[in-house]
Design a protein around this ligand. Sequence first.
Ligand code: HAS
Length: 542
Amino acid sequence: VDRRDAKLALAHLAVAFVALALGGFAGLLQTLVRSGKFELPAGISYYTILTTHGVLLGLVLTTFFIIGFQFAAVCRTTGALSSSSRRFGWTGFWMMTIGTAMSAFFILTGQAAVLYTFYAPLQAHAGFYIGLTLVVVGSWVSGFAMFAHYARWRKAHRGEASPLLTFMSVTNMVLWLVCTLGVAATVVFQLIPWSLGLTDRVNVLLSRTLFWYFGHPLVYFWLLPAYMVWYAVIPKVIGGKIFSDSLARLAFILFLLFSIPVGFHHQLLEPGISPFWKYVQVVLTFMVIIPSLMTAFAMFATFESYGRAQGATGLFGWWRKLPWGDARFFAPFVGMLFFIPAGTGGIINASHQLNQVVHNTIWVTGHFHLTVATTVILTFFGASYWLIPHLTGRVMTKAMNRLAIIQTIVWAVGMTFMSGSMHFAGLLGAPRRSAFSTYGNSPQALEWIPYQIAQAVGGTILFIGIILILVIVINLAFFAPKGETEFPVAEAAAPQERAALALENWKLWIGLVVALILIAYTVPLIDIIQNAPPGSKGYKLW
Ligand code: HAS
């Protein structure tokens, strides 16, 4: 990656890891509060801490890491950015950073205890929403920088399919652009005027629906960069090849098509949406599981083909050929393993009837700590082990590699305790998003306490994991020996098939995305607007 583009990518990663440090500390405090053994000092509210945690880790860490990683991936595979694209990239970065600082100020001063989903009728200070708007608009500016770069490359390479990592980054940015339109609409047209006092009431169902139009594809915006590493980088790290370039591209296009028109599976218990449209979106949710199953298949195929090429025999002989001592492989692999129960949990959530058992319980918190906070984040950590030294012109030492293996194990153990006990407590009815309470010593609530203590144990182990990753990242950025580290990109096992070109027919795919969104959302949105009750005046927790 060109030195100037490396700086841009590094700036994004730096903000991401600062967010990890602060958000991780807030997470530790939360699990301690919920154990019932600790109280926050100086009247700090549990919800201030919970909002800090969710916004910094769920929204800031992810968005900054992903945009930084994608800039690096695009430049690695299609060359340096033009000076105007780079300028746009920096403009986007500063808009996002200023927006984050603004929102963080209002959260930390207790004026935005609205959690990371900022559902109405909870109301925050207008500055919080304006800060978030800057983050989203900044990410669009960066997205346009990437699109312009991609368009320039395509013009110069007519009739060729773009390199896999560039294609994947562009697909993920298109997904982001289309889905953030929903959150931008609710923030700009509903929440900002309402929090400024320009409108008196807010249509709660409309704002939640627009949020989830964005909120579900958001989770795939997090997942797809992890899949980029699995498909295009891991085969190279282990010494193998990409099982199928076209399969990988098709999986990404399926995510683009099916990840947006499914927001209702977060609103299955919400009145005001007809069961028919919930059913339609549940069916579409089951469609979006398919590209993950394709990915599982492709990963097994990659590992097995590599193992057999190394002489492995039998059904699982390949297992012994994998490079277990290499943290660049080990961390993402543990992420893959955790995705098996994590994805199964997602399928349970999406099953309309089972959702009634788990909705709004801490099971859901357990689910997303397995998905984003294990599968995705361990893959991001694994990527950092080559990406940061590649960008800073350094090499990872053996000692740091060993520490990274320990970090992965610590994370896996901490998360097994924390997320495992969240799943069990959820099945016993423990609500999510609540501070410690025995609910008047009700026998039901007393049953949850041992699980809450297990969560605090897991949370503490995870916090040790955060300290370890920060030590490694700081070492890789500033202290590791100077040298050259490769940005590993694998070759496809078979030469690119013709399908790759068809999968870059954006008019077709974006047209289909729009059609699916219109089918899934037009009638329900008309219903929500036409049958709207007077709306809520809102509640402030400050
Ligand atoms: Fe989810 C709630 C359904 C995936 C994140 N989800 C959430 C929330 C978050 C989140 C943050 O239908 C909470 C939002 C809130 O605050 O309210 N989710 C799904 C489904 C999937 C799914 C069907 N979720 C994710 C991913 C996330 C994420 C990915 C983040 C990155 N989720 C739901 C539903 C709710 C929900 C409902 C609402 C619940 C409620 O009521 O509030 C699917 O995409 C999952 C498909 C995945 C698989 C797994 C494939 C396995 C692979 C690994 C292969 C392993 C290998 C290694 C190769 C089918 C690819 C193996 C080696 C060996 C040796 C074994």
